[in-house]
Design a protein around this ligand. Structure first.
Ligand code: HAM
Length: 434
């Protein structure tokens, strides 16, 4: 579990703002569910024989003796909330969420015990168009973030419950026949979760699996048509993808379409986004049968990718007020208030505490501010302010107090709200200086 320090939080906000903007553009609405739920909710939905439920959950008893778990993911919570509040009765729902998730994994670059996801879920729509919409949303994230070149889409179908059961029978038979050549973890899963064996990282196991029966050969007409529909629409939308029949995902609730966006730029933890269809989960958790699909992406991994590309948020103050003591200091505070009121997007930092001009300019520089506004004794008497560029050259000018707001408006092209981003990533950054 880690801290996000002020030096990095600007980039987090940049990422979160873009993601939120994209989701707004697709008509998704935010849902906020609790960070803990009854343990049973996760074990039933994610699956008893999964890494998450077997060894990664933060589970404890509360004072009433109820077993609670810090959410390892939010799909189960969304379904629980939807059933509880009747959101699925003859309605479609398109929702998104953001927040911390908890998994007791071995920490390494890109893998943490508290991490953050943004996810989206759609309920009540059964067609391949929704699956594709979810992939288009994620593509829009990469486009807006300048990460399109860094990720690729992997696609698979897991069929429906019957098709999987038929495949499973054959797969178990195959695995038993080749058990002596499988790695130990895979051997243990032959009967409990044979699909997960397909995901094994062991080279020898992977070699054995080349001959394993493929789920695709067990698909019925409807599942095949669905999967073809997904591929057809992805192609129509110009999204390239790789078919990957060993893509099985680490959670048991999926049916039919599953997908992952992976990058080669983060070492072992290369999956930045994963999701798929889960038509059986609402029914499993006590609701009326409702088709559903969704995805979630790991924000830490995206922040790492952005940092690797040299993208940095520009959230430093625009101006830093330097002032002489006493009267001039009071005037500087009043002036700063007037500037903030007149220019809401302006970031103004005033010098507080001791320090002569030299020390104040040092601080102004360290703050990253673009301009120092100087209210010395002379300026205070004459009702003037000196504007001294701290970055990118230019000479100091003295302006009358009344003209300052207009002058700053000219100097800085101000945009309300989010910190802007500079760097050599693909994110555009028009010049801060007007
Ligand atoms: P997931 O594949 O378990 O799926 O997680 C989604 C993403 O969360 C991963 O691709 C990864 O980027 C990030 N992530 C997972 N574990 C960690 C970790 N320990 N540290 C950092 N990042 C991590 C789900 O959670 C499903 N609920 C997705 C979904 C939504 N499927 C349908 N709807």
């Amino acid at each position: 579990m880690h801290d996000v320090l002020p030096a990095d939080s600007g980039l987090w906000r940049h990422l979160e703002d873009i993601v939120q903007d994209v989701l707004d553009g697709y008509g998704y609405r935010e849902i906020r569910v609790p960070v803990m739920e009854k343990t049973e909710l996760f074990s039933r939905s994610i699956g008893e024989v999964t890494d998450i439920v077997e060894k990664e959950m933060y589970t404890f008893e509360d004072r009433n003796g109820d077993s609670l778990t810090l959410r390892p993911e939010a799909t189960a919570g969304c379904v629980r909330a939807g059933v509880e509040h009747g959101l699925f009765h003859n309605q479609e729902q398109r929702v998104w969420y953001r927040g911390p998730m908890f998994r007791h994994e071995r920490p390494q670059k890109g893998r943490y015990r508290q991490f953050h996801q943004v996810g989206a879920e759609v309920f009540g729509l059964a067609g391949p168009d929704v699956d594709v919409e979810l992939m288009l949303i994620s593509r829009a994230f990469w486009q807006r973030l300048g990460l399109e070149e860094n990720v690729e889409l992997h696609l698979n179908t897991l069929g429906n419950a019957d098709e999987r059961a038929n495949h499973r029978e054959e797969l178990v038979r195959f695995l038993v026949r080749h058990a002596e050549r499988l790695d130990a973890a895979s051997c243990e899963r032959i009967h409990s979760n044979p699909m997960r064996v397909l995901d094994s990282k062991s080279a020898q196991t992977r070699e054995v699996l080349l001959e394993a029966p493929r789920l695709w050969d067990f698909l019925g007409e409807a599942s095949r048509v669905h999967f073809e529909g997904v591929q057809y629409m992805l192609e129509a939308a110009g999204v390239s993808f790789t078919l990957n029949h060993s893509l099985v995902r680490g959670l048991d609730y999926y049916t039919r379409t599953v997908f992952e966006w992976v990058t080669r730029d983060l070492g072992a933890q290369g999956t930045v986004c994963g999701g798929g269809r889960y038509d059986g989960l609402v029914g499993l958790l006590g609701g009326r049968e409702t088709p559903a699909a969704g995805f979630a992406m790991g924000l830490e991994r995206l922040v790492l990718l952005l940092q690797q590309k040299g993208v940095a948020a520009d959230d430093a103050p625009h101006v830093y007020l330097v002032s002489a003591a006493d009267t001039a200091r009071a005037q500087a505070l009043v002036l700063a208030e007037a500037l903030r009121a007149a220019l809401p997007a302006l970031r103004v930092q005033t010098h507080c505490g001791e320090g002569g001009f030299k020390a104040q300019f040092r601080r102004a520089d360290r703050s990253g501010a673009h301009y120092a506004l100087v209210v010395g004794e002379e300026e205070a008497q004459r009702g003037e302010v000196s504007v001294k560029p701290l970055r990118g050259g230019g000479s100091q000018q003295t302006v009358a107090r009344e003209g300052l707001i207009e002058r700053l408006r000219q100097l800085l092209s101000l945009r309300a709200g989010a910190p802007r981003v500079a760097g050599d990533g693909n994110i555009s950054s028009e010049s801060e200086h007007g």
